[in-house]
Write a protein that binds this ligand. Structure first.
Ligand SMILES: *Cc1c(COP(=O)(O)O)cnc(C)c1O
Length: 254
């Protein structure tokens, strides 16, 4: 569903500011996303304050992130460890909140545990244990969402819905992780599939785990194309890439 990663050459400094035209674009995008969230919340009878906006900045250069942070956006999602670490280091003075949302191999858990505040793509007990073991003592617990493969797609990350409970309980009990909730990337919309359907099943799962006493506050679902449907079905965090930062650059600089 997501394009193959194109090699990313990190910025070494943020030498170029964004042009005022690009800055205005970002401002515009941010307003439009907020307006869409407000209108979706109105329809769903929800309070827009309940919806957290994560800006997905994969493949976008550090200066775009910096510009968006100047406009008030402070949390960013990244999919590739090496690429993310370069940006995190460069933007350290800005005190941004970083969410890891990509596939996580166990040989990369240490860097993620050291440099991110959240990991939303946990789908294996082994990875989860490593994240807890490797979370530095001087940092707060690592916020964790369990990724659920809600449409049981073979190529996609995430646990099967019926396995979410076991992993959520593990995250709740490990010493250095803090269970925050569930994350899902549904099957792409088509004539045969309405993502609203997937979001609705995620909402049922989320509520049933909570009803069983598994404490969590985050249902991370909804992207540029379908944030309205996700909000209608209980999302508390939308992850917006394209409609916030623009088309993802095909290569490193753009
Ligand atoms: C890329 C990505 C997004 C953002 O997708 P857009 O359609 O560009 O908004 C959200 N979530 C995850 C897990 C992603 O990998």
């Amino acid at each position: 569903m997501f394009p193959v990663h194109v090699s990313y050459t990190p910025d070494t400094t943020i030498d170029q500011a964004l042009s005022s035209c690009k800055m205005n674009n970002l401002k515009d995008n941010l307003h439009k996303i907020r307006a869409r969230i407000s209108s979706a919340c109105k329809k769903a009878g929800r309070d827009p304050q309940e919806i957290y906006v994560l800006a997905v900045s994969k493949r976008h250069p550090a200066r775009t992130i910096q510009a968006l942070s100047q406009l008030g956006q402070s949390s960013f999602g990244e999919n590739y460890v090496q690429e993310a670490l370069a940006k995190i280091k460069l933007l350290e003075p800005l005190n941004l909140e970083w969410h890891f949302i990509g596939p996580l191999q166990s040989n990369k858990t240490r860097q993620v545990a050291q440099h991110f505040q959240w990991v939303q793509s946990v789908d294996r007990l082994k990875t989860l244990r490593r994240l807890s073991d490797q979370r530095p003592d001087d940092l707060e617990r690592l916020n964790v969402c369990i990724q659920v493969n809600i449409d049981r797609e073979p190529q996609k990350g995430g646990v099967m819905p019926e396995q979410a409970r076991k992993l959520a309980e593990a995250a709740l009990n490990l010493p250095r992780t803090r269970l925050r909730g569930l994350m899902a990337i549904p099957r792409a919309g088509s004539d045969l599939h309405d993502p609203a359907d997937s979001y609705q099943r995620m909402n049922v799962l989320f509520r049933s785990l909570r009803a069983d006493g598994i404490e969590m506050d985050t249902l991370s679902m909804g992207m540029s194309a379908d944030l309205e449907a996700a909000i209608m079905h209980g999302s508390t965090m939308v992850r917006i890439g394209t409609d916030l930062l623009g088309e993802r650059p095909r290569n490193d600089k753009n």
